[in-house]
Design a protein around this ligand. Structure first.
Ligand SMILES: [Mn+2]
Length: 328
C-alpha cells in the first residue's frame, strides 16, 4: 500500500482503466479513485473500452469516461477489477505506455500484472481496496465517492447477499450511507430499471422452465423467435440464469439462449460444492466454479439433452448442495 500511495502521490498524469463489459464495481471503483485523485490536483483520464452501460450512467463522474484515448504521455496507470490485463480491451495501449502500472483487484487468480499490486481476495469488491487507497492518500471521501463505492458494493455482493460479504463490507457500506449515498436510489437505477422487452423475455425463459425428477438440475431457454417477438437483445438475458437458479432444491441451473447462427450459448450456475467449470470444459467452455459458460451446436432440444446428461454424470455421487436452514 505504501508503495502504491507513493506512486500515486508522485504522479501527475494518471490514466485509470476498467474492464470490458463493465459492471458497478469496476466503474464505481475507477470513478471513486478518479474523484479522489482529482481532489489532490492530479490530471485523471478515465477509460472504459466498452463505455458506460445506461443503468450505470447515474454514477457521479460517468460522463467523463472515455472509450478511447490517443494520449501516450501518462506517468502512471491504474487498472481496476480486471482479473487480467487483456480484460481492459483497447485501453491496453494507453495503459501499457505508462512507465508504472498499479493493479487493484479482488480477483487474485492468474493474470496478475503491473509493478505494483494491491490484491485482496477477501475484499467483496475492488471498491473496498480503493477505499483504503483513498484514506491512505489522505482523501476524505465525499458524496460522489460514496455513491460510486456503495454502487460497487451493492452490485458485487448482490445487494449484500453473497458469500463474499464480510463485516468490513457492511462497515464500508454503512460509512458510505453516512456520507449521504442512498442504497435505495442506487438499487432502483441498477436493479429496477429493466427494459420492458427484457422482462417479457424473462417471462418466456421461465415459461420454458424444466427440471430433472429429483429437482437437482433446473434449466430454461430462449429462442430466436422469443428475441424477435419482443425485439429483445442478447444483453437483455443478463440475470435470467439467476432466476433459474432460485428454484428450491436446485443444485445446478442452466440457461440456454439461441444465437442467430443457431448455436446455443449456455450459462451454468451451481451451489457449493458442485463445480460447473468441469461441465463447461466438456463443451469447450470455462469460467468459475459456481458460474461458467459454454457454447453448443443446435438444435436446442439435443443440446439440452446433452447438457443435462453431462451435469447428471457430474453430480452423481456428489452430495446435494448444503442448503442453508431455510424455514420450511
Ligand atoms: Mn469486482
Amino acid at each position: 500500500m505504501a508503495v502504491a500511495v507513493a506512486a500515486l502521490r508522485a504522479a501527475d498524469q494518471i490514466v485509470l482503466a476498467s474492464h470490458i463489459n463493465p459492471d458497478g464495481d469496476t466503474l464505481g471503483s475507477m470513478l471513486a479513485l478518479g474523484w479522489g485523485l482529482r481532489s489532490l490536483g492530479k490530471s485523471v483520464t478515465l477509460l472504459s473500452a466498452d463505455g458506460v452501460p445506461a443503468t450505470l450512467g447515474f454514477l457521479p463522474g460517468a460522463e467523463a469516461v472515455q472509450t478511447r484515448t490517443d494520449r501516450r504521455d501518462f506517468d502512471l496507470a491504474v487498472v481496476l477489477d480486471a482479473g487480467d490485463l487483456e480484460r481492459i480491451g483497447v485501453s491496453q495501449e494507453a495503459v501499457r505506455s505508462a512507465p508504472t502500472l498499479i493493479d487493484i483487484d479482488h480477483h487474485v487468480t492468474a493474470g496478475q500484472f503491473g509493478q505494483i499490486r494491491l490484491l485482496d481476495s477477501t475484499a467483496a469488491a475492488t471498491a473496498e481496496i480503493v477505499y483504503d487507497v483513498l484514506l491512505s492518500l489522505g482523501v476524505s471521501p465525499d458524496l460522489p465517492i460514496a455513491v460510486n463505492l456503495l454502487c460497487a458494493l451493492l452490485t458485487d455482493t448482490g445487494s449484500f447477499r453473497y458469500r463474499n460479504v464480510t463485516p468490513r463490507t457492511m462497515a464500508l457500506g454503512g460509512e458510505m450511507i453516512r456520507l449521504g449515498a442512498s442504497p435505495d436510489s442506487i438499487a432502483e437505477c441498477v436493479f429496477e430499471n429493466k427494459p420492458f422487452a427484457a422482462q417479457k423475455l424473462l417471462g418466456r425463459a421461465l415459461e420454458s422452465l424444466q427440471r430433472t425428477p429429483d429437482g437437482r438440475i433446473v434449466w430454461a431457454h430462449v429462442t430466436q423467435r422469443d428475441f424477435a417477438d419482443f425485439d429483445a437483445t442478447d444483453e437483455m438475458t443478463e440475470g435470467v440464469v439467476g432466476a433459474v437458479r432460485a428454484v428450491q432444491g436446485s443444485d445446478v441451473a442452466l440457461f440456454l439462449r439461441e444465437m442467430p447462427t443457431g448455436r446455443l450459448r449456455v450459462s451454468l450456475r451451481s451451489r457449493d460444492p458442485i463445480d460447473v467449470t468441469q461441465v463447461a470444459a466438456e463443451f469447450g467452455g470455462g469460467g468459475h466454479r459456481l458460474a461458467s459458460g459454454c457454447t453448443l451446436d443446435g438444435p436446442l432440444a439435443a443440446a439440452e439433452a446433452l447438457l443435462v446428461a453431462a451435469v447428471e454424470r457430474h453430480i452423481a455421487g456428489v452430495p446435494a448442495a448444503a442448503v442453508p436452514a431455510c424455514a420450511a
